[in-house]
Design a protein around this ligand. Structure first.
Ligand SMILES: [Zn+2]
Ligand SMILES: [Zn+2]
Length: 239
């Protein structure tokens, strides 16, 4: 009741334009519709969008000469001003209530990309973990919050099977090759989940896809150590 009264006196505001919203929302319809989607044509491997007319399936030059152990990656949104602002608020200002509205973009993607239709019964959703220290500092893990909200909306099963066992240098200044070696042995699988992962399709959830090195390293580990069948990397933004 108190929460109801508070909503009446202080209705929730849109995170981007501050118009007042109905209870349970954090983004207005106009702002949500205004965020730039990544639509066809896009690389079938890494999900990078390309301008112009490309018909049929294709892989981009970045993907053609390297091994990426995930099956494919997709992001619903381009990393642009407002979408970056939202992820920044989620990630660095602990505004985890945004995850519910942001997870809706994953559901939208599931409807538009036919490779995400008819997923096997055994499909699980696994967030990319943070090192416990960083998680303490941020009071939570944005990828975990997104994964939880995505499961609530999609009915898929959450399986937080990965942990980060090594703190890594921040990746932003590194080249693609340096990123890959920077992440070697950074992750491990919770032993109790090994049997639960065998033969499954894993949807790996993270906030931003930049070079794909995180998704690759997690996929490599899941396939090698836990005999996971397929890994699909979904990130909210494409950097
Ligand atoms: Zn708005
Ligand atoms: Zn690509």
């Amino acid at each position: 009741m108190i929460a109801g009264l508070l909503d009446l006196c202080f209705p929730p505001l849109c995170e981007l334009c501050q118009t007042s919203l109905d209870k349970g929302h954090s983004l207005c319809r106009d702002c949500a519709n205004g965020l730039q989607r990544i639509e066809e044509p896009y690389c079938q491997k890494c999900g990078e969008g390309f301008a112009g007319q490309i018909t049929g399936e294709f892989s981009c030059p970045n993907c053609s000469n390297i091994t990426l152990d995930f099956d494919f990656a997709r992001s619903p949104l381009k990393a642009a001003g407002p979408s970056r602002e939202l992820v920044h608020a989620l990630k660095y200002r602990s505004r985890f209530y945004l995850s519910d509205e942001l997870a809706a973009f994953f559901v939208e993607l599931m409807e538009t990309d036919s490779r995400l239709h008819n997923l096997p019964e055994s499909t699980v959703v696994t967030p990319v973990p943070l090192h416990w220290w960083r998680q303490q500092m941020r009071q939570g893990n944005q990828a975990h919050e997104l994964a939880k909200a995505f499961c609530r909306r999609s009915g898929l099963r959450l399986l937080p099977a990965l942990k980060r066992i090594r703190r890594t240098e921040t990746q932003t200044q590194l080249t693609r090759k340096q990123r890959l070696s920077n992440l070697r042995d950074a992750f491990a699988i919770h032993k109790k989940e090994l049997d639960n992962l065998k033969g499954t399709t894993v949807i790996l959830i993270d906030d931003v896809f930049t070079t794909g090195s995180t998704a690759h390293e997690c996929a490599r580990l899941l396939k090698k150590e836990a005999a996971v069948d397929r890994v699909i990397a979904l990130t909210l933004l494409r950097g």
